[in-house]
Write a protein that binds this ligand. Structure first.
Ligand code: APR
Ligand code: PHB
Length: 392
């Protein structure tokens, strides 16, 4: 067994773990990340791509925003479609801020590539990561790699290992509580090298179900359609997806759709989940390890970013001046923002999807709410300020 000491051991090299590692290294704090997958595997995962200013601000602060500034697409607004018309949410006009379309994969790549030069050690393909003594004075984690066993001792452990990782499971059931809602449908996503159908995102609620038109660049589009949980990818050849998108997104968007072969296709379930508290002893949870939002609203990555903004600030205060206040307040502070984003994501999901048990009255409620949004600047402002990101 080899043994290593560091100040903060981080489990998971997704956006949460990578951002946290860099924020700590920028202040001279030692951190090591252990990641179960290979670097290539991490970069092959396709995830959402709408960044709030909290997230772009962290990349700027780290001096890693160059490519994001050059290739990211600032967006002034987005649209809700009700089957026929587009209801524009003028994000910039209503809030004075913008979101940036830049794929999570690209952000992850920027953070990964900068790690060696900044002294951020990442151990990829670390198997059997196990946390020890998280509620004692000297926590540690063990893992195996290439047939050898390794131990990392740390002052703190950051659990940034996503929904299925071991960190949250290291908290005894009696010390936490989970809140969950599983939605009775999924999103079928398609990525294609064709120009987007519209210059802004469109979230559509059609009688046939939800659809989303999004993008990665002026030449790469990302689309989704709501599907039942029992549906299989084989039943959705590309043409069927394009046909369905053209109907659900409405006539204006349909006229702009360029079809092309899919380069990625997958079905993802939708879930809302929060685990409280986000701290147990010397273990701190951040990102998907502590909470999941349905993708409607694109809050997943942005919540991971705000968690690690709070957590890095707390750890920097601790290592710099032994000030424990930030660490003690971390869970409360992070959860206050998490619950508001959970509310927004749930609300937008509920407004925009067909639920198997939605009766005619429920459908009329959706239509009436969309109609109200179209006619009320107050409603659009509430949506815009949540979409662009609530303050830290
Ligand atoms: N040991 C080590 N690493 C692990 C383990 C384990 N047993 N289990 C999971 N991991 C790694 C995963 O392989 C992944 O790279 O933890 C990482 C968690 O990353 P994400 O799932 O991306 O979660 P997070 O960093 O919190 O990012 C949140 O990004 O991935 C999206 O949907 C997510 O949008 C959300 C945001
Ligand atoms: C995406 O581009 O993949 C995307 C955009 C917005 C969302 C979800 C996903 O709300």
């Amino acid at each position: 067994m080899t043994s290593q000491r560091t100040q903060v051991a981080i489990v998971g090299a997704g956006p949460a773990g990578l951002l946290l590692g860099h924020l700590l290294r920028a202040e001279g704090i030692d951190a090591v990340i252990v990641e179960r997958q290979s670097a290539d595997y991490v970069l092959s995962r396709i995830r959402a791509g709408v960044l709030e200013t909290v997230t772009t601000g962290l990349m700027e602060r780290l001096g890693l925003a160059e490519r994001m500034r050059a290739e990211g697409m600032p967006e002034d607004g987005f649209n809700l479609a009700d089957g026929e018309r587009l209801i524009r949410i003028d994000i910039f006009g209503l809030t004075g801020r913008r979101v940036t379309v830049y794929g999570q994969t690209e952000l992850t790549r920027d953070l990964m590539e900068a790690a060696p030069a900044r002294g951020l050690e990442i151990v990829y393909e670390a198997a059997d990561v196990t946390l020890h003594n998280v509620d004692g004075a000297s926590p540690s984690l063990t893992y195996s790699k290439d047939g050898a066993e390794h131990r990392i001792e740390a002052a703190f452990i950051a659990g940034c290992d996503g929904f299925h990782g071991p960190s949250r499971k290291a908290v005894p059931a009696s010390a936490g509580r989970a809140y969950e809602r599983v939605y009775p449908f999924g999103w079928l996503g398609i990525l294609a090298d064709v120009p987007p159908c519209h210059h802004e995102l469109i979230y559509a609620n059609h009688d046939r179900g939800f659809a989303l038109a999004s993008m990665r660049s002026p030449t790469r589009s990302r689309y989704y359609v709501q599907v039942g949980l029992d549906e299989r990818l084989e039943d959705w050849p590309d043409d069927r997806i394009w046909d369905e998108l053209a109907v659900r997104l409405g006539p204006e968007a349909a006229a702009g759709i360029t079809r092309g072969p899919s380069i990625e296709k997958s079905i993802a379930p939708l879930r809302s989940f929060v685990f409280e508290p986000m701290r147990h002893g010397r273990l701190f949870l951040a990102g998907d390890a502590a909470h999941i939002v349905p993708p409607t609203g694109a809050k997943g990555l942005n919540l991971a970013a705000s968690d690690v903004a709070y957590l890095s600030e707390a750890l920097i205060a601790w290592f710099g001046r032994r000030d424990p206040a930030g660490l003690e307040d971390y869970s409360r502070r992070a959860l206050a923002r998490v619950w508001k984003a959970e509310r927004f994501s749930w609300q937008l999901t509920t407004l925009m999807h067909r639920f198997p048990d939605t009766d005619a009255f429920g459908r009329r409620m959706q239509v009436a709410e969309l109609d109200y949004i179209a006619s009320s600047e107050a409603m659009r402002t509430a949506i815009a300020e949540n979409y662009v990101g609530l303050p830290l």
